[in-house]
Write a protein that binds this ligand. Structure first.
Ligand code: ADP
Length: 766
């Protein structure tokens, strides 16, 4: 009985120990993954920044339409300015390497034919077909050392610029050792065991080229490194391996042993002192029940077996996992139990590990086991030999810890991290990460490296003020403007490494990295767009000037034609006869209409031309002036005008233009009336959100909705001149004026009933 009590207490302690161990291991994996991410970021940015140099070489070849023969060394040297870790730059027209720089150290590769070499042929041809960069290596170089090689197929335009043809390859060879040094793979992480695989960008399928290949098999944490057209995989674990025991373990076990011995001793004494057997049995039972309850309710799977692997004891958790009864497993060899019956491989694995434990060694492995609700689960199993005083194995203790959640969480974290990393790194959009407290640039993606022209390690040391050279006063004004316009971006001027100043739009937002709040910025170059917009504005201004001058100058000769026609009529009228008189009337009428047209056009081309500054305009006054100008027409037509009861608003604009606007709308309402219905015009105003809506409604002939768009186009009329006079410029003029004021115009109408024209003007001040 004393022995049973000792074992019971000891089992309890061992379970506690296993739980602690798993928790400790989880935390350790998390820390290692964090550190690996940093190493991965270094390698990726250092490598990609160098590989992308090959685009510079391709641009040179393209601009020279072929080999820049004599200039090559000078050009190559220029490309290499500020670059370290590049072994050589090469050109291979038609696939044959003809130019290398630096020459002396690398001349052995001259004449090498990429399209003939059996090892390079296939990848090179595929690169040409798919027009993408191939990354080869790391591999030993004929000129010594180890290199990573980027080959970019270059396509050159024919002389007439029409067709592109394959010219050859631009090649950059990156020194692998410098890459490792600079990425701090060797020194910065000395207590971390690292290994890299994926020769030729083949990712997890590629060969291991750095570190111990066995590391990949030892359950390390892994991350992918993205390369142009491929990837590498990097694996890590602590230099001493995963800690097999949590740090306070010896203390717990020691304490456990002491408590177990004490309990055993106590129980022994109880017996030896001849206490009532019944009481002793009852105490032992109670202790057994307690132990059983803890044992059974544990989250872990645990059990005891003989050195031969025959299961003697198993807890409820392990039984529940497969819905078994104790009788289904007790007395059977462990590997024949239903936990493993789904897979012969798992059975073998269990058998081998049991044998290892029976031989006196701790065995630990990861098993896959079916679970009623969740399908397959991952279990971290350990089998510990329990030894007697002579060191012989007397029992095997099995513990299984469900690590499915940890594994899936770890996978999910890795996948998500990979995804976001790719979204940042491989995005063609130019992206920077900035520390808002100090302004220092903490990360830049490959597109940003190419755009700004700095190396990755250079730009990381820079402050955003070295890039953003927008003068302070301009930046402050721009911030105010962006806020007023509710824009999510700021317009700035950014300086590139070559000194060019570019206009950019910067979209930025907060991101968190650990405890640090950072700013994530996407930079959009708008220099070309700005130039085009400026050119367009200039050309528009020229056109308007032309329309203005033309219409202005046309009136003068027209006036002369009219005057002389009238002179002929006065002086020679009697001699012309009825027909001659009629012709002359037509001619004068034509000249008069032409004059109207010119006056209307002149007015149209004047809108917004003077760039008179806007001022506060009372709409009551503007509409009053329009009605005054229309006075005779209102009277002749017997029109009724309804103005709103509430005072009309004041808006920000050009008074002359606003008068013309309402004069046209009210004038049309009067003009397009039904013969038997005198015009009634109703004017109303109301506030709608950030706009004033002013409406002019009439009871006239109305407009077919099919023509709602057309009537706002220049010279578009729905009626013949003998039905209703007009030039077809009125509504286009209204539209132009409204848009000059930042507003909109629309129409609603029922033919035969009337029309309503609405004008929306922004409620704004200077
Ligand atoms: P114009 O009045 O000189 O013909 P507009 O550009 O002012 O030119 O109007 C274009 C066309 O829209 C007119 O020819 C007319 O058919 C139609 N229109 C404009 N206003 C009204 C209105 N209030 N009622 C009915 N039709 C109208």
């Amino acid at each position: 009985m004393a022995a049973a009590a000792t074992v019971a207490v000891f089992l309890l302690v061992i379970q506690l120990d296993a739980l602690e161990n798993a928790r400790h291991l989880d935390a350790e994996r998390g820390r290692t993954l964090d550190r690996l991410s940093t190493v991965r970021a270094h390698i990726e940015s250092n490598l990609n920044a160098r590989l992308h140099l090959v685009h510079g070489l391709a641009a040179l070849i393209k601009s020279r339409k072929g080999t820049p023969d004599g200039e090559f060394p000078a050009l190559a040297r220029e490309l290499l300015v500020d670059q370290s870790g590049i072994r050589s730059i090469q050109m291979a027209p038609g696939g044959v390497i003809t130019h290398v720089f630096p020459f002396e150290a690398n001349k052995v590769v001259l004449g090498f034919d990429l399209l003939r070499d059996p090892l390079r042929k296939e990848a090179s041809q595929r690169a040409i077909q798919e027009r993408h960069m191939v990354v080869a290596g790391p591999m030993p170089l004929p000129q010594g050392g180890v290199g990573v090689i980027a080959r970019l197929p270059v396509f050159v335009n024919d002389d007439n610029g029409a067709n592109e043809h394959f010219w050859g390859f631009g090649i950059v060879v990156v020194d692998f050792q410098s890459l490792l040094d600079e990425s701090q793979v060797a020194n910065g992480s000395s207590d971390l065991a690292l290994a890299l695989r994926g020769v030729d960008g083949l990712g997890a399928q590629g060969k291991v080229f750095f570190g111990d290949p066995a590391l990949f098999e030892a359950d390390p944490v892994k991350l992918d490194i993205t390369l142009p057209g491929g990837s590498w995989q990097i694996a890590a674990m602590p230099g001493h391996g995963w800690t097999s025991h949590w740090p306070k373990r010896p203390r717990l076990l020691g304490l456990g042993a002491v408590v177990a011995a004490l309990v055993g001793g106590l129980v022994g004494r109880v017996f030896s002192q001849g206490h009532s057997l019944r009481r002793a049995v009852a105490e032992a039972r109670e202790s057994e029940t307690k132990f059983r309850a803890i044992f059974d309710r544990s989250f872990e799977f645990s059990g005891l077996m003989s050195p031969e692997g025959v299961l003697r004891e198993v807890n409820q958790t392990a039984l529940d996992a497969i819905g078994a009864q104790p009788a289904d497993v007790l007395g059977k060899t462990f590997w024949d139990c239903p936990w493993w019956s789904h897979s012969a491989i798992q059975q073998t694995l269990v058998r081998i590990n049991t044998a290892q434990a029976a031989a006196g060694q701790l065995a630990r492995f990861e098993a896959i086991q079916p679970d009623g609700q969740r399908g397959l689960i991952y279990v971290d199993v350990s089998i510990k030999p329990l030894l007697d005083a002579d060191g012989a194995v007397v029992m095997l203790m099995v513990e299984g810890y469900d690590v499915t959640q940890r594994k899936t969480a770890e996978d999910a974290v890795r996948e998500r991290e990979d995804l976001y990393h790719q979204m940042f790194q491989s995005s063609p959009a130019i992206k920077l990460v900035v520390d808002p407290d100090t302004g220092s640039i903490t990360d830049a993606n490959a597109a940003a490296i190419v755009y700004y022209g700095y190396r990755h390690d250079q730009i990381l040391g820079m402050n955003i003020s070295q890039v953003n050279v927008t003068p302070d006063d301009e930046a402050a004004a721009e911030a105010r403007r962006a806020e007023a316009e509710r824009r999510h971006y700021l317009r700035q001027h950014h300086r590139l490494a070559n000194g060019d100043i570019r206009d950019v739009e910067v979209f930025s937002g907060p991101v968190r990295h650990g405890d640090k709040a950072l700013l994530h910025a996407i930079i959009h170059d708008i220099t070309d767009r700005n130039k085009l917009e400026k050119a367009l504005a200039e050309s528009n201004a020229e056109l308007e000037q032309f329309a203005y001058v033309a219409s202005h100058d046309l009136r003068e000769p027209l006036r002369m034609v009219t005057s002389y026609l009238q002179l002929i009529d006065r002086r020679m009228g009697d001699r012309l006869g009825d027909e001659g008189h009629e012709f002359l009337t037509f001619a004068v009428d034509g000249a008069r209409r032409m004059d109207h047209l010119i006056v209307d056009l002149l007015e149209f081309s004047r809108v917004g031309r003077h760039n008179r500054p806007f001022a506060a305009v009372s709409l009551a006054q503007a509409i009053g002036a329009a009605l005054h100008n229309l006075g005779p027409i209102i009277e002749d037509s017997g029109s009724t005008i309804h103005l709103p009861d509430a005072p009309l608003p004041t808006v920000w604009g050009d008074e002359g233009e606003l008068i013309r606007l309402f004069q046209n709308l009210i004038g049309n309402g009067i003009k397009y009336h039904l013969p038997d219905r005198p015009p009634v015009i109703s004017i109303a105003a109301e506030r709608q959100g950030e706009e004033w809506w002013i409406t002019v409604a009439d009871n006239g002939i109305g407009i077919d909705p099919a023509y709602f768009d057309r009537i706002f186009q220049l010279f578009q009329r729905l009626h013949r001149r003998d039905e209703y006079e007009g030039t077809g410029i009125g509504l286009p003029l209204v539209k132009k004026i409204v848009e000059h004021h930042g507003g909109r115009v629309w129409v609603n109408s029922t033919p035969g009933t009337g029309s309503l024209f609405g004008v929306a003007l922004p409620i704004s001040s200077p």
